[in-house]
Ligand binder design. Structure first.
Ligand SMILES: Cc1cc2nc3c(=O)[nH]c(=O)nc-3n(C[C@H](O)[C@H](O)[C@H](O)COP(=O)(O)OP(=O)(O)OC[C@H]3O[C@@H](n4cnc5c(N)ncnc54)[C@H](O)[C@@H]3O)c2cc1C
Length: 472
């Protein structure tokens, strides 16, 4: 096919559940492509000589190559091409903010719609499942060394997968009774069905990875205890789970005030959390959007998202914002809460103030500036601030580990070794709240460093951090 013909093919869009149907349940909203649609979309790829999409992908998937294989109907080969660089394509294809990553860098996006890379990757993983194929590599023979992994999120899962495939006996210590970190207690089922997380768990257990639930490192046992128990190295992947506070009057001790990730953790763990009919969610990222959509699905009738800038500056993916509005959530832009109103300890509403956009700040986005005298009130049963999370430091209790001023673990930027030479860290606890693909990337980097550390090798020599030397 000539480039001109490829250019003439319009981007293919997946089918979705209708908004009316999806607010009634937690079923996956977006359907996968069928074979014909996947191949049509794959034909849109120009197979660029210098592909920018690879640079846009945090784990550096060879996107043109897997698309070329898919186009030739070599689906299994195409899947394994992705697996060379990614430990969890079935997760990443569904939840990565592709518009800011691979698709954001796709050359076709300059003059129209980029190739739907995420949906093509998803097609491959769905094809593998539908055809009963093995999703993970063969397990390795034990090499006699053992590793502890703290936290079962994508960073910890990735480190465990790679190290187990190099023969290390891996034990994951997880504080919660559930596996998967934010994949399970943050991202709702309608974006990431739980059988996909189950498949990741299966492939780890299948290679002998042990998972110890309900054990908080730093409370139930310390990092030093792990060393004394004979673990040769530790990976710290505890994420960022402490909700940031608004710091306004009424936030503490008022019934009806919950914080974003705490609310999601409770609901997604099966608890019935009643937030009433009218709910105000504060924030503009993925967490705020998920909180609002979950509240709708749990029966709230009137859900607002309060955001201090405009829709254009919202950090959440465009598709999530689109789905949110389709489902009937109103975004109150250029507004911020300043006081939570209450009667006898129970919330009755939120006093807000209007903002306008000033000069760009360090993030490049225009800074919200208060419009004096523009106060207004929204009556509501509850408010759920979802304005980011901090790292919790229970895990390193008793060890004087170096931290950055914003509370993330200080690591060597190349090797992810912490100030304790036997401990490596990665994911949200190093980057702050970020994305699954970045957590996977750091899990890979750390796993290779830990392998080198335990084998007495130089942590850096001969190593290209964008191209993994270890065969896993
Ligand atoms: C609501 C929500 C929506 C999101 N949506 C997206 C999205 O669409 N796309 C995307 O790419 N990213 C998204 N993210 C971000 C993504 O989920 C995170 O960046 C990613 O999960 C970080 O992985 P991690 O392994 O570093 O940490 P986590 O996934 O946070 O896992 C850390 C694990 O460590 C455990 N732990 C913590 N302390 C201890 C301890 N002391 N002892 C033992 N265990 C401990 C925790 O219980 C948790 O299971 C979202 C996040 C949230 C909250």
């Amino acid at each position: 096919m000539k480039a001109k013909e490829r250019m003439a093919i319009p981007r293919q869009y997946p089918e979705e559940l209708t908004p009316e149907e999806r607010v009634k349940n937690f079923k996956e909203v977006t359907f996968g492509f069928d074979e014909e649609t996947a191949i049509r979309e794959a034909n849109r790829c120009l197979q660029c000589k210098k592909p920018k999409c690879i640079q846009g992908c945090p784990v550096r998937n060879d996107i043109p190559e897997f698309i070329a294989l898919l186009r030739d109907k070599k689906f299994e080969e195409a899947y394994w091409k992705v697996r060379e660089t990614s430990t969890m394509p079935s997760v990443c294809s569904r939840v990565c903010p592709h518009e800011f990553q691979c698709e954001g860098a796709c050359v076709r996006g300059k003059k129209g719609d980029p190739v739907s890379i995420g949906m093509l990757e998803r097609y491959l993983t769905d094809w593998m499942v539908a055809h009963g194929k093995n999703l993970a590599k063969e397990c390795a023979l034990p090499n006699g060394k053992k590793v502890a992994i703290v936290g079962s999120g994508p960073a910890g899962m990735t480190a465990a997968y790679i190290l187990a495939h190099l023969g290390y006996a891996c034990t994951i210590f997880e504080a919660l009774p559930i596996f998967g970190g934010m994949l399970s207690v943050g991202i709702p089922h309608y974006r990431l069905p739980r059988d996909i997380i189950g498949a990741e768990l299966y492939s780890l257990k299948n290679c002998g990875v042990e998972i110890v639930y309900g054990t908080t490192i730093g409370l139930d046992k310390s990092l030093t205890d792990l060393k004394n128990e004979g673990f040769d190295s530790v990976f710290l992947g505890v994420g960022a789970h402490d909700s940031r506070k608004l710091g306004i009057e009424g936030e503490e001790g008022t019934e009806g005030v919950l914080h974003g990730v705490d609310y999601l953790r409770r609901v997604l763990s099966g608890e019935d959390v009643d937030v009433g009919e009218k709910v105000v969610v504060v924030g503009g990222g993925n967490v705020a959007i998920d909180v609002a959509r979950v509240a709708l699905r749990k029966g709230s009738k009137d859900v607002f998202v309060l955001y201090r800038r405009t829709k254009e500056e919202m950090p959440a993916s465009g598709i999530e914002i689109h789905h949110l509005e389709e489902e009937g959530v109103h975004i109150e832009m250029l507004a911020a809460p300043i006081k939570i109103l209450q009667e006898q300890g129970k919330m009755t509403g939120v006093e807000c103030i209007r903002m306008e956009l000033g000069e760009p700040d360090d993030s490049g986005r225009r800074r919200p500036v208060v419009k004096d005298g523009s106060n207004f009130i929204i009556e509501a049963d509850s408010i759920i601030p979802a304005i980011s999370q901090n790292v919790n430091h229970t895990a390193n209790k008793g060890l004087d580990m170096k931290l950055e001023s914003w509370g993330t673990y200080t690591v060597d930027s190349k090797t992810l070794q912490t100030s304790e030479e036997w401990i490596f860290a990665g994911g949200d606890d190093v980057l702050g709240p970020q994305t699954v693909a970045k957590a996977v990337y750091q899990g890979k980097v750390a796993a290779e460093s830990m392998h080198r550390y335990m084998q007495g090798m130089d942590l850096c020599e001969g190593r290209d951090l964008n191209c993994y030397m270890v065969d896993w």
